[in-house]
Design a protein around this ligand. Structure first.
Ligand code: AMP
Length: 304
């Protein structure tokens, strides 16, 4: 990996106060949001300039005071922070959304600080596609764009989502979303069809079944890290994107080989995220711990 400090990644996504119930317990009004999980995860590998919005009730600034995370792009508006509640049962792949309160995100008119506009690496964590497009339009010369999405936008704003897909280099989504977007049950067919939308690289996250990526005409797949106990899977997808993009930026390469390794970093990061509620496990995660888990993956899938 390159030794010099990587260039910052500019990212947008939600910054939320989550209440999560799992078979292992409950966490109330804890830090969450796609942008937040992304930023904390990616900042272990590369500097992150985060764009987003919180309400006057947001009181987690202390937790966010960390190296590699710039919050100049986070606006504070009068009103309530985005809030989301979710509940998991024994099968943590099945999630029930208890509520989504848009709060200040409803009328958020995204503003990108001038100092961010020249960055080449842009990550669109899961947020409404018009906001993702607005970030892209605000950048002077985006050279590499990674985007994530969710089922809600596939259903409610397909048109803008397709524009995002057409303008990004890497689209990351989960298996259900890939099927929903394409109408194809077979994931290999779905991957091919999504590549046809514009992004040359498509990564499909499959929860505890791992991940599969289409890189040009190549396929790459790995299992999930064999975790004994999933305490809270919230944010695993966003942390995956953070690990993926953070690695790409740190490695300074967009080759297929780098992208394969990035999928492993994403998977390793997601597995750490599941070990505790909110960002608790990833916020103090060291690069050495992350790299050790990547090495575990190397041994896990090695054969002669
Ligand atoms: P994940 O588990 O990776 O799907 O991400 C869960 C996170 O996404 C939670 O922290 C939520 O606050 C956030 N979230 C939930 N619904 C939305 C939404 N409609 N748009 C953006 N972020 C959301």
């Amino acid at each position: 990996m390159a030794e010099k400090r990587p260039e910052p990644i500019v990212a947008v996504g939600t910054i939320a106060l989550d209440t999560v119930i799992t078979p292992w317990g409950k966490a109330e009004n804890v830090l969450g949001g796609s942008g937040m999980y992304f930023a904390v995860a990616a900042s272990i590998l590369a500097p992150v300039n985060l764009v987003g919005v919180v309400g006057g009730d947001f009181d987690h600034w202390e937790e966010l005071n960390r190296p590699n995370l710039d919050l100049e792009g986070v606006a504070t508006l009068p009103g309530k922070t985005f809030r989301w509640g979710g509940k998991y049962r024994e099968n943590v792949n099945l999630r029930e959304t208890l509520y989504t309160e848009l709060g200040v995100t409803e009328n958020y008119d995204l503003q990108v600080p001038e100092s961010y506009r020249g960055c080449g690496m842009v990550c669109l964590a899961n947020i409404d596609p018009p906001t993702q497009l607005k970030l892209l339009d605000s950048m002077r010369n985006p050279k590499f764009v990674v985007a994530d999405t969710m089922n809600l936008w596939i259903k409610s704003d397909r048109e803008n989502l397709l524009e995002v897909a057409g303008r990004c280099d890497v689209l990351i989504l989960n298996d259900e979303e890939a099927r929903q977007l394409t109408g194809k049950l077979n994931l290999v067919e779905a991957l091919e069809e999504i590549q046809g939308l514009g992004s040359r690289t498509v990564v499909v996250k499959k929860g505890d079944h791992g991940a599969i990526a289409a890189l040009g005409s190549e396929l790459f797949a790995i299992p999930a890290y064999p975790l004994k106990k999933v305490v809270d899977p919230t944010g695993a997808g966003d942390s995956f994107v953070g690990g993926f993009a953070g690695y790409i930026q740190r490695a300074g390469s967009r080759s297929h080989a780098a992208m394969r390794t990035a999928v492993v970093y994403g998977s390793a990061m997601a597995s750490f995220c599941c070990e505790d509620f909110s960002i608790r496990r990833i916020k103090d995660l060291s690069l050495a711990e992350l790299e050790a888990r990547v090495e575990f993956f190397r041994k896990l899938v090695h054969f002669d």
